[in-house]
Design a binder for this molecule. Structure first.
Ligand code: NAD
Ligand code: TYD
Length: 353
């Protein structure tokens, strides 16, 4: 008999697979359902080690399908939702914004409606946890950090769609009393990240001897967090966070893109036995991303003070582990970079990258 049922959406993706691994192993007493549509970014290979776990089940479904969401809630009666399913890549949101409206906004509202209907005002012991991004706060140009109270100022179709979904979650809390928590996290890195995002894309291209496409001058700054530290924060917030609250999560770890790419080059020189400076020759500056946010940086003081969370490993150690994982899992990388990935890559980088 399970003590509770959790519905985790987007569990076949990058962060979702780490959250599932943590929860399935740590909470054998819970029944944990992974709801995922298996888009290009979702891969059940990411969860191979959990398939046989008695407390784990996978349901293939699309959050854009309201009827399917209602049916899944009626069938499985989850008392907690951790919502990660989303279209997550800024560059794709620039070429196809509607997909982001449909999944991130409509899909989230479909889930909110299904929870509201299934819980029918009996909210005791229920929780809807919405996983969001620091990008909703916009771009920092003059120093400072994003706080939970920083006004929303999204600048890309991706961040606008995430901001809209955050607003809907809070509106359902205010209007219907739905118990919710929201977290806004900085850039994650680690194993199983789809190689359209900066770090795995660079590792893949370094290995293949292909150009390393740095947007603009590489001056943009991101605050990088080890994905397993994010999963630990999600666990803490889900279990100990206060209803109606927002928690910012970040790595206290700001890097200019160009410095990060140089660090990756030096790690790869060492790992691949290349002479120092060889990999850096692959760096290629390409046309900047439209509307490229200059800097993101999180003040993670609240989650530290209130829930005792802090990042667990240094960036150098995390990057080392990340590179090792990609080098040891070449079949995974080859599988996800075949077929549709090639079309995406050609459309995104053309002859530049
Ligand atoms: P991802 O793109 O790797 O995975 C997304 C998952 O959602 C995939 O498994 C995909 O199949 C699934 N999905 C997409 N559309 C769906 C739909 N319509 N119905 C059901 N499932 C669908 O994303 P990620 O990087 O793991 O991000 C997960 C969440 O965390 C997102 O909500 C994202 O906004 C947020 N986030 C990501 C980062 C980051 O650095 N990656 C940082 C902060 C917040
Ligand atoms: P990304 O991983 O797409 O995350 P986000 O845009 O959500 O922060 O990109 C991280 C940074 O790296 C961002 O400033 C854009 C830059 N970038 C490149 O310079 N080249 C690339 O090929 C990619 C994918 C990103």
């Amino acid at each position: 008999m399970h003590s509770r049922t959790l519905l985790i959406t987007g569990g076949a993706g990058f962060i979702g697979s780490h959250v599932l691994r943590l929860f399935v192993n740590k909470y054998p007493q819970y029944r944990i359902i992974n709801l995922d549509a298996l888009t290009y970014a979702g891969n059940l290979e990411n969860l191979r080690d959990l398939e046989q776990a008695p407390n784990y089940a996978f349901v293939k479904a699309d959050i854009r399908d309201a009827a399917a969401m209602a049916k899944i809630f009626a069938e499985h009666l989850p008392d907690g939702v951790i919502h990660l399913a989303a279209e997550s890549h800024v560059d794709r949101s620039i070429s196809n914004p509607m997909a982001f409206v449909e999944t991130n906004v409509t899909g989230t509202v479909n889930l909110l409606n299904a929870a509201r209907e299934a819980w029918k005002g009996k909210f005791e012991g229920k929780r809807f946890y919405h996983v969001s991004t620091d990008e909703v706060y916009g771009s920092l140009h003059d120093g400072g950090f994003f706080l939970e109270t920083t006004p929303y100022d999204p600048q890309s179709p991706y961040s606008a769609s995430k901001a809209a979904s955050d607003h809907f979650v809070r509106a359902y809390g205010n209007t219907y009393g739905l118990p919710f928590v929201v977290s806004n996290c900085s850039n994650n890195y680690g194993s199983h990240q789809f190689p359209e995002k900066l770090i795995p894309l660079m590792i893949h291209n370094l290995r293949e001897g292909k150009p390393l496409p740095v947007y603009g001058k590489g001056e943009n700054v991101r605050d990088w967090l080890w994905v397993e530290d994010h999963a630990r924060a999600i666990d803490l917030i889900f279990h100990q966070g206060v209803n109606g609250e927002t928690y910012n999560i970040g790595g206290h770890n700001e890097w200019k893109n160009i410095d990060l790419v140089h660090l990756l080059c030096s790690i790869m020189d060492r790992k691949l036995g290349r002479a120092s400076g060889t990999s850096a020759k692959q760096i290629t500056f390409v046309t900047d991303r439209a509307g490229h946010d200059l800097r993101y940086a999180i003040d993670a003081g609240k989650i530290g003070r209130e829930l005792g969370w802090k990042p667990g490993i240094t960036f150098e150690a995390g990057l080392e582990r990340t590179v090792d994982w990609y080098l040891a899992n070449d079949p995974w990388l080859q599988a996800v970079t075949s077929g549709a990935y090639r079309d995406y890559y050609a459309a995104q980088y053309g002859k530049q990258g």
